[in-house]
Design a protein around this ligand. Structure first.
Ligand code: PGA
Length: 234
């Protein structure tokens, strides 16, 4: 793992942008993208840049079950408002949280990933070590699946909702097996509440109990962390 320490999320977003820019110079085509507060500084840097993504493809990690694209809590809405509306891509994929048949939607999304192999995947990490919505205990081999969100994740995400009961209980998530097939991974983590998960990911055993620990087995990972997220590392 190439571990880059930064002052704060702002500087972290700029570092991640540099990795993306380098990839663009090498002709990468498909970006795996993430939502949440972590990648916001990367997306604002992309929006402010003069890079042109109009021939690029994006494939997002996950979506809440039950939320439509025009719901302002949906991840499709997040991606449109934080990035795609200002920086158009050729084509953008996010799982459909309103699909009538969720199993069929998972299969469709696996086909999307197969048709568009991901060159660079952007990741955040949950306080419990999840990547995407792959919660602790999820098989490392899994592809797109329906997830029952853990209490930890629901509590972490309730800040974006009026009340905790409004947080969806289920999501669709790209699997760890698919994430690991991406050619390059950029994982960002900012804030002390991520320190335990970051320590486990980097220094702990590779275990399904801490999904991000599998990144130790990938040969091209850039980890961008601020002082607080790095505070428990040896
Ligand atoms: P956050 O979420 O960026 O909102 O902290 C990260 C994650 O849960 O993967």
């Amino acid at each position: 793992m190439n571990i880059i320490r930064v002052k704060d999320a702002q500087e972290g977003g700029k570092k991640a942008f540099e990795v993306i820019q380098e990839g663009m110079n090498k002709g990468v085509k498909t970006f795996g993208l993430a939502t949440g507060s972590t990648p916001e500084s990367l997306y604002s840097t992309m929006v402010a840049s003069d890079l042109d993504f109009s021939d690029k493809i994006s494939v997002n990690l996950d979506e809440y079950v039950g939320l439509s694209a025009d719901d302002d809590q949906s991840y499709r809405y997040f991606m449109n408002s934080h990035l795609f509306d200002q920086k158009p891509f050729k084509e953008t994929f996010v799982p459909d949280g309103k699909a009538a048949d969720l199993d069929a939607e998972c299969k469709r999304y696996d086909q999307v990933i197969e048709d568009h192999p991901i060159d660079i995947q952007v990741l955040g990490i949950g306080q419990n070590g999840h990547i995407g919505f792959n919660e602790p205990g999820t098989s490392f081999d899994i592809t797109t699946h329906v997830v029952a969100l853990t209490e930890s994740t629901i509590n972490a995400n309730k800040r974006n909702f009026e009340k905790v009961e409004d947080v969806p209980t289920h999501a669709l998530s790209m699997g760890i097996g698919s994430i690991m097939k991406s050619k390059k991974l950029i994982l960002m983590a900012f804030g002390v509440e991520k320190a335990d998960a970051v320590k486990g990911m980097i220094e702990g055993p590779v275990t399904e109990e801490l999904p991000a620990s599998i990144l130790q087995k990938h040969d091209d990972v850039v980890v961008i962390i601020d002082e607080a997220a790095a505070s428990k590392l040896k």
